[in-house]
Design a protein around this ligand. Structure first.
Ligand SMILES: NC(=O)C1=CN([C@@H]2O[C@H](COP(=O)(O)OP(=O)(O)OC[C@H]3O[C@@H](n4cnc5c(N)ncnc54)[C@H](OP(=O)(O)O)[C@@H]3O)[C@@H](O)[C@H]2O)C=CC1
Ligand SMILES: Nc1nc(=O)c2c([nH]1)NC[C@@H]1CN(c3ccc(C(=O)N[C@@H](CCC(=O)O)C(=O)O)cc3)C=[N+]21
Ligand SMILES: [Mg+2]
Length: 295
């Protein structure tokens, strides 16, 4: 079997085009331009790449983009003050604080400072709780939301499917499992203490890998025809591309997995572009709710 490649890049372009139409409608009917503020603390080069594409795509969708860079030794109180300023700024409809934060900061404290209505990442405990009770008002974390959209596009109704999520972080694994549960999948969450990861993966119709370990899931672990969503973004040395060069790989061994899976997302060009598209979508949703606009 050779898997169908789920083209996240093309799908994300469609989502962004739709977002741009909604932005135009909000502007022309209500005179409001949605605004997204991105705050990055420190100079992690990988983070800088995502932040640059977020800023660029926000502008391309016709939204205002506010970009703040703070040095890595910024006191936590100064970051909190910045978030409070953005909370109070009516031009700002969405706030994203790039994670991870420097070690001297408590990420939860910073995230809980964002007003839930502007929490376009969906990381605030209020949004986490709303998602857990299946309330439509939840701001849903962008990466899991993008994964769900690709799964629904590939499989249609997900009811009754056996899904395994490998990874249980608050930003990817847990909300992903929650979304799959809300979509009526039978969900297993696997993690570093899982006794027999291979057996869990082999039983699944849907595999979402969000671990951060390059190519750890081989094709030999997959059920034939499974749908595979690879969230991992890992930069590994690629001497074949030249001295000192790197390449991007996922948490799934793409070559062997594509022989067994029914459909699979590539890295790059899968989950990553959908994450940013969903961030723009969430920013428009937040803008409409804050202004009681019903598009
Ligand atoms: N494409 C995108 O838009 C995004 C991509 N990412 C990428 O997704 C990946 C995961 O990110 P994130 O969730 O933040 O990562 P975390 O490091 O926060 O979580 C990793 C999870 O994987 C589990 N894990 C680690 N080792 C193993 C193992 N050997 N077997 C099974 N489970 C294991 C951990 O288990 P335990 O809890 O027991 O420690 C943990 O739950 C990374 O590659 C990241 O770069 C992240 C966000 C967005
Ligand atoms: N508050 C917060 N929210 C986030 O959503 C968040 C974060 N912090 N910290 C970092 C992770 C990671 N993340 C990615 C988004 C897009 C791509 C992406 O577009 N990747 C391209 C490739 C980019 C490249 O070449 O490096 C792709 O997969 O095709 C990757 C990773 C969002 N994150
Ligand atoms: Mg993490």
């Amino acid at each position: 079997m050779t898997a169908r490649i789920i083209d996240g890049k093309a799908f994300a372009e469609k989502v962004r085009a739709h977002v741009a139409e909604d932005v135009l409608a909000v502007k022309s009917k209500y005179g409001i331009t949605p605004g997204l503020a991105v705050v990055i603390v420190g100079e992690d080069p990988a983070s800088q790449v995502y932040v640059r594409s977020k800023v660029k795509q926000t502008a391309e969708a016709g939204m205002n983009s506010f970009h703040f860079e703070m040095p890595s030794d910024t006191p936590e109180a100064a970051l909190i003050a910045k978030v409070q300023e953005l909370n109070a700024d009516p031009r700002v409809n969405g706030i994203l604080v790039q994670l991870p934060l420097p070690k001297h900061m408590n990420e939860a404290t910073v995230i809980e400072t964002i007003v839930p209505e502007k929490d376009v990442d969906g990381f605030h405990v209020i949004n986490t709780g709303l998602l857990a009770i299946g309330d439509k008002k939840a701001m849903v974390p962008c990466t899991p939301l993008g994964c769900l959209m690709m799964l629904q596009e590939t499989l249609g109704d997900l009811s009754g499917k056996k899904a395994v999520v490998v990874g249980r972080s608050n930003i990817v694994g847990k909300p992903m499992a929650q979304l799959l549960l809300n979509a009526n999948c039978t969900v297993t969450i696997a993690h570093s203490r899982t006794a027999d990861l291979k057996a869990e993966v082999m039983a699944a119709d849907i595999v979402v890998a969000a671990v951060g370990r390059p190519e750890m899931v081989p094709g030999s672990w997959l059920k034939k025809g499974a749908t595979v969503i690879d969230v991992g973004i890992n930069r590994i040395p690629a001497p074949e591309l030249g001295e000192g060069k790197n390449r991007l790989v996922g948490d799934v061994d793409f070559a062997s997995a594509a022989e067994v899976a029914g459909a699979i997302t590539p890295v790059p060009g899968g989950v990553g572009p959908m994450t940013i598209a969903c961030l723009l979508r969430n920013t428009v949703t937040a803008t409409c709710r804050q202004n009681r606009i019903d598009l």
